[in-house]
Design a protein around this ligand. Structure first.
Ligand SMILES: *Cc1c(COP(=O)(O)O)cnc(C)c1O
Length: 421
């Protein structure tokens, strides 16, 4: 459920007409709903009721400070995957003890940054990384709390670019080698083993792979405890999928996911962390663009938008589907037509949809991409020297620009010409 609905014939973000924002901000822009963000966070939080837990929002999905603060205000921790994200989380007011550091290639500088500013735990992904963290922490005279990310070798049955839990993926250490790696962790100075971490992929639409993974984690917990390790925290990752179309079957609900967690690891007496990103932010954001031209082609018609692949790369990168709807509500029963929906960037990959059936739209009309809140603005670039897409946050009847569109001067003046030229 989200808060982007037609009201009085016009698409609204909560109580604000989207066209009104477009008139003030220009297009394209991302628009997020506070109510949807907080609702989705709470669904996870409530799904784990009864277990000691922390929901750490995977901020790589959408990391604007205003979004982070919105979620932190309702109790979210953060899952960060870079030093930059760590600093963003801190800048949004999230205390270090609510920040989890994930990622396959943390540098020593990033480790130092987090140890200085405070960190809930590092999810360590390899022995060399463990060695490096041990050295950094020891040199600083501190102890780094760690889990080890294990790779449970389960098939998440999702898009290849976002599957992370198969043995062929770069993530974590093979679960079969976990005892050996935990023994190393226990022997290294400057590290404090506190638990286990797993994350098998993104946009999972079935609970079965989670079940397989969490059962393996439960088994490993008992085994590692028998080896004398303290396992008091389980980080179970993110990855629950969202419906991108209204026609396809609905992915499992957070409450069902929570029940699965309780069933598989609830008996272990561990504190549980989960790291949802997409499900918190995905349906909490839309990308609003304007039709520049309607172009008739050979056997097909094109909608050429002022939004492009540099603003929303998911269709080009992951073959992703987004619902694209007119901001003016189409009259019921109106005749629909097929369009290829494209942006102005100079490559054919800049295609959002082929042969998409749409109500009639004309040049100058606004259209919105639904479910664009996660992995949308954060993956935007300035390819073709197109200004980095702005972001807007709505809260009931108010809205604010939370990242302005840069001017061309700002963009161009970031470059410097060496003196020899
Ligand atoms: C990307 C990522 C997540 C979030 O995945 P979603 O599919 O957005 O929920 C969680 N944890 C880790 C380690 C990740 O890399």
């Amino acid at each position: 459920m989200d808060h982007f609905l037609y009201n009085d014939g016009a698409l609204h973000a909560e109580d604000v007409p989207v066209a009104e924002i477009a008139a003030q901000v220009g297009t394209p822009f991302y628009c997020y709903s506070t109510a949807t963000l907080t609702r989705h966070f709470r669904l996870f939080d409530e799904a784990l009721d009864g277990l000691p837990h922390l929901v750490c929002y995977a901020m790589k999905a959408a990391s604007n400070l205003a979004i982070l603060k919105t979620l932190a205000n309702v109790g979210a921790g953060m899952d960060v995957v870079s030093g930059g994200e760590y600093l963003r989380a801190k800048a949004a007011g999230v205390p270090g003890e609510r920040i989890v550091f994930s990622g396959v290639g943390k540098t020593r500088d990033e480790m130092r940054l987090a140890l200085e500013g405070g960190i809930r735990q590092f999810n360590v992904e390899s022995e060399p990384e463990m060695q490096a963290l041990s050295e950094v922490a020891t040199a600083m005279g501190v102890e780094a709390p760690i889990t080890v990310r294990v790779n449970p070798d389960v098939d998440a049955k999702t898009h290849a670019k976002i599957a992370t839990g198969k043995s062929e993926n770069k993530f974590g250490i093979p679960i079969a080698r976990a005892r050996e790696v935990y023994a190393l962790a226990a022997a290294l100075p400057g590290l404090k083993v506190i638990g286990i971490d797993v994350h098998i992929g993104s946009q999972l639409t079935d609970l079965a792979p989670f079940r397989l993974a969490y059962e393996k984690v439960a088994e490993l917990t008992e085994m590692l405890r028998a080896d004398g390790h303290e396992i008091s925290r389980l980080d179970l990752g993110g990855g629950l999928g969202i419906p991108y179309t209204r026609s396809n079957e609905a992915p499992p609900l957070p409450v069902e996911y929570g029940a699965l967690i309780k069933e598989t690891v609830g008996h272990l007496g561990c504190e549980v962390e989960i790291e949802p990103g997409r499900l918190v932010a995905g349906n909490a954001g839309i990308l609003v663009t304007r039709v520049i031209y309607v172009k008739s082609g050979e056997g097909r018609d094109f909608l050429i938008l002022d939004g492009a692949m540099n603003d929303l790369i998911r269709p080009a990168m992951y073959d992703a589907y987004h619902d694209i709807i007119p901001v003016l509500e189409p009259s019921p029963g109106v005749e629909q037509a097929k369009f290829d929906i494209v942006g102005p960037v100079c490559e054919s990959g800049d295609t959002f949809a082929k042969e998409r059936v749409m109500p009639p739209v004309a040049a100058g009309d606004l259209v919105a991409f639904r479910s664009a809140g996660a992995y949308g603005a954060v993956m935007a670039s300035e390819y073709n020297t197109r200004p980095l897409v702005p972001e807007v946050l709505v809260n009931e009847h108010q809205f604010a620009v939370i990242r302005p569109r840069p001017t061309f001067d700002e963009m161009i003046n970031r470059d410097t010409i060496p003196e020899w030229l």
